[in-house]
Unconditional design. Structure first.
Length: 242
């Protein structure tokens, strides 16, 4: 397995849930982590957890729905670090509802945060990833593989996210960059807890995937020798509770 020591990872959605778990897992393998999310005070807490693991964590607040903040993030990474070895795309929004009644404003927000913002972030950081022959991880969703009732708007953004990853892989594999898509089922995170509440269903986190389960799979894939590329991982709870 390859070492992640002295590699710089940029992780979006790093303030909680899967993004935070991945950031901490990478730090445990000695990667330096740039933590991206909207809330600086929360990111600073995560940065302290990274540092407690013996690595370096940096609070890098940015709102992925705002182009100017994404570009400012790219400038900060270039100025402060001058490199990117790993880019993990995990931030985003989720709303459910039938097509007839779901809010178009919610659809617009999911498009900007789940897809467009990450698209621009990839464009911004790709020159640095090329220099390091880096790796990109798309944390998608099981909704990126199918489209159950009342999930159409969210599924549409995740199917597009999948298409973006697949096309990008074909474009940048020749540069030595690996691209991984991960499709978790429902995971015990604050975002999913709110979703269960909106559905008026009992939230039993012990029956769901754990964020650390996903993080372990991601970190293992990133550490594989460069003779291999994992392209897609579908992972779901062992017991179905929804």
């Amino acid at each position: 397995m390859e070492s992640l020591k002295d590699q710089l990872a940029v992780v979006t959605g790093a303030s909680s849930g899967i993004g935070k778990a991945i950031a901490l897992s990478l730090a445990a393998h000695n990667a330096e982590v740039c933590l991206v999310a909207r809330r600086q005070e929360v990111l600073e807490g995560v940065a302290k957890q990274v540092q407690a693991l013996g690595s370096r964590g940096h609070s890098c607040p940015a709102d992925l729905t705002k182009d100017e903040e994404i570009r400012a993030l790219g400038e900060k990474v270039q100025r402060d670090f001058g490199r990117v070895n790993i880019l993990v795309l995990c931030g985003g929004a989720i709303f459910h509802g039938t097509l007839e009644k779901a809010s178009i404003a919610d659809f617009d927000l999911m498009y900007r945060s789940n897809l467009r913002g990450h698209y621009l972030l990839i464009q911004t950081l790709l020159p640095l990833l090329r220099k390091s022959a880096g790796q990109i991880v798309f944390i998608n969703s099981s909704a990126g593989l199918r489209s159950p009732a009342a999930t159409g708007q969210f599924s549409a953004t995740q199917h597009a996210f999948r298409s973006l990853a697949d096309s990008l892989r074909e474009e940048i594999n020749p540069d030595g960059i690996r691209v991984l898509s991960v499709y978790p089922g429902r995971t015990a995170t604050p975002r999913v807890a709110k979703l269960f509440e909106k559905e008026a269903r009992a939230y039993r986190p012990e029956l769901l995937l754990q964020a650390e389960d996903v993080a372990e799979m991601v970190t293992h894939s990133l550490r594989l020798p460069r003779t291999a590329e994992v392209t897609d991982i579908s992972i779901r709870p062992m017991q179905k509770s929804y």
